[in-house]
Design a protein around this ligand. Sequence first.
Ligand code: BEZ
Length: 213
Amino acid sequence: MSIRLGDIAPNFTANTTQGEIDFHEWLGDFWGLLFSHPADFTPVCTTELGKTALLSGEFQKRNTKVIAVSVDDLASHNKWVPDIEEVNDVKVNFPIIADENRVVAQLYDMIHPNASEKTTVRSVFIIGPDKKVKLTLTYPASTGRNFNELLRVLDSLQLTANYGLATPADWISGDKVIVIPSIPTDQISAKFGVEPEVVKPYLRYVPGNVVHK
Ligand code: BEZ
């Protein structure tokens, strides 16, 4: 069954390269990023997992725990991790789920049989501290994901969750941001300490530096 935004992220227990976990307990009060890759010892996945490890400080800054999954077993993951580390000159410091029985893949609808019956597509789920799904994304096996884009989405989601701010098209950190419609225009200056730029009654900007994260 497909997972929609706002759903509670399905819980599971699984074996990982860092031991057995209960997913919700492992997340705790953190944000989470769960992403699938088609198979171990494949070229695109080797770059993706390396990039994720290289960005681990950025995920930490955003209170976000990262976890990967594929339908290969633990022995395979453990053999592959040294390759990822060598190729990307980095330590893989996040867990990789061994989902050889496809429990997680099925719970999260990560196998799209018309693309491949045997392996997962490249799915991403961002999960909030409330365990609700905040983003879903699906990429084909042959296209590596843009992990800086995932950090950008995390920044946007956290601006909304913490400050009632939204982000416009192509926003990057530091750009001006949009005040969400539920905040009346006459309350903006008191809340953010600046006069908004009112483009339309429903489109009100404030500078990106009104909040310091
Ligand atoms: C991979 O690296 O996972 C991959 C590359 C090309 C096609 C399919 C998968």
